[in-house]
Ligand binder design. Structure first.
Ligand code: URA
Length: 228
């Protein structure tokens, strides 16, 4: 685990407690201690683990969150509309480096999404080489025709615009118009395009799991910090 040694104002601003220029006032208004001794000088240096704010340890230096994404929010920092980051506490929104989603879910897709400020982790999980499992429940416009599971499992399905076929995916029918689908890659609009390729249309999409992380216990918009 990281334990940076730097100025108190640098700790506070990178963790979103205040900006660097607000640090002096923040220290005046809040009980910030280094090894139990109150600090008022923002330039004082300390290790992350030495500092408390109002008797609480500082937030972790890197943070990874599992959220149950509601419909209608956008996985982007700069699109117009309601952004997923607005669902996080203000302090998390002020962190630098910024917390970003690990990949994206479409605006109308709900379910498991990780958010992290750990750039290496994000890169590893979203790299084209990553084979992290993602499990979706998809509701379809028309009943299954019967050959979809075999086509998805074949490792031969080519989506328009892709150079290689998709990796084998596991599909299980829940209802004639509802499936559970496990994929281990993350192409753009992959699930919707897969059903488009077999003459159907996804009308609702929920990601139940990202890797081992399930959102079963979380309401839409709720999140938990995870150790990964
Ligand atoms: N596949 C899609 O089509 N949309 C998503 O949001 C995720 C996977």
């Amino acid at each position: 685990m990281k334990n940076s040694y730097k100025r108190v104002d640098a700790h506070l601003s990178s963790l979103g407690y205040c900006t660097r220029s607000e640090a002096k006032l923040f220290l005046k208004k809040n009980l910030v201690r280094i090894d139990g001794v109150r600090v008022l000088d923002p330039t004082k240096k300390a290790y992350h683990t030495q500092i408390t704010v109002e008797n609480e340890p500082l937030d972790a230096e890197t943070i990874t969150i599992l959220m149950n994404k509601p419909s209608g929010v956008i996985c982007s920092h700069d699109d117009a509309g309601e952004l997923i980051y607005a669902l996080l506490p203000l302090r998390y929104q002020g962190r630098n480096p910024k917390i970003s989603t690990v990949g994206r879910l479409d605006i109308d897709t709900t379910g498991a999404i990780l958010l992290t400020d750990d750039g290496d982790l994000n890169h590893r999980l979203t790299s084209p080489k990553s084979t992290v499992s993602k499990i979706y429940e998809a509701t379809l416009a028309t009943p299954l025709r019967g050959d979809e599971a075999e086509i998805f499992a074949s490792g031969k399905l080519m989506l328009n615009g892709e150079k290689k076929p998709l990796l084998p995916a596991k599909m299980e029918m829940l209802l004639p118009t509802k499936v559970r689908l496990e994929i281990c890659e993350g192409k753009y609009h992959q699930v919707k395009r897969m059903f488009g390729a077999v003459g159907n249309k996804v009308i609702a999409l929920h990601r139940v799991n990202f890797d081992v992380y399930s959102v079963e216990e979380l309401a839409f918009g709720e999140f938990m910090i995870i150790a990964i």
